[in-house]
Design a protein around this ligand. Sequence first.
Ligand code: SAM
Length: 186
Amino acid sequence: MSLDQDRRSFFIRKLESEKLLPENKHVLDLGPGLGDDIAFLANRGYEVDCVDKNPDVIANIQSKNLKINCVIQDLAHFKIEKEKYGLIIASNSLPFLPEKEKVDTVIQRMIDGLSKKGVMYLTLFGMHDEWQGKRIMSFFTEQEALGILAKSRVKIYWKNIEEGYGRTMNGSIKYWHIFKFICIKE
Ligand SMILES: C[S@@+](CC[C@H](N)C(=O)[O-])C[C@H]1O[C@@H](n2cnc3c(N)ncnc32)[C@H](O)[C@@H]1O
């Protein structure tokens, strides 16, 4: 097993162990970061598209020489093909959109982009997060987050709220408040 496979996120492990990895093998990752999850999925034969506004992030993913289609774009402007994907991931990327309305719009696009029974994993940051107040980001109450999902054709399969100190991608420690959702399209 390669290092990439070892580093896959808990939610990929959860989807796998609960037999939720979809038969539709088209996957979209919005804001993949290091790309460990999509590397794992590409190695498993999934057809992966990813979008990130940071060219360095995309260059790093392309350097893995995997079959992953990469787009350098702001995810707020990325048009998601309707009903194409079995799995859409937005892990710790939507909070970096400064307007809540845009986050809502992207989530609705994600849902439209899922095929029937498609799975979506997303995270939003809560009001207690240490970064709350940064104007380049958006933060939600639990009610607001649930409200966005309630008006859509998805059911929440699993929800978790995490609050406490933990590491950032650059290794520093901060106080996190994160809503995590796995949803399934009806
Ligand atoms: C905190 S990292 C999360 C990486 C990974 N998904 C994870 O959960 O570990 C945020 C990622 O989203 C990307 N990102 C942030 N804002 C973005 C935007 N407006 N459009 C596209 N990508 C964005 C960043 O470049 C980075 O790759």
